[in-house]
Design a protein around this ligand. Sequence first.
Ligand SMILES: [Zn+2]
Ligand SMILES: [Zn+2]
Length: 75
Amino acid sequence: MSLTRDEQSAIVIRQMNEIISCAKFTCVCKKVVRIILAYRCLYCGVWMCQRCMEKHLGMSRVDYNKKHYAKDMVK
Ligand SMILES: [Zn+2]
Ligand SMILES: [Zn+2]
C-alpha cells in the first residue's frame, strides 16, 4: 500500500481526531477499528487494522513468526 506524503498526513490528522473523540478510527480499508485492536506504523504514523498493517509491511504475522521464531518452535 503506497500513499503520498499529503495523503498520509491527511489520514493521520483525521485518525488522531477520531481517536481523541471516540477511541476508534477509520482504517485505510474504510473499516472502523477500536484503538486497542489497531497498529500504528512506525514509519508513516498511520493507524491500521492488523490485516492492512500486514499488507502495508508486506508480511503477515504468521510469516514473521515463521521467519523469526522458527528455531524456537522446534521442541
Ligand atoms: Zn484496515
Ligand atoms: Zn507505514
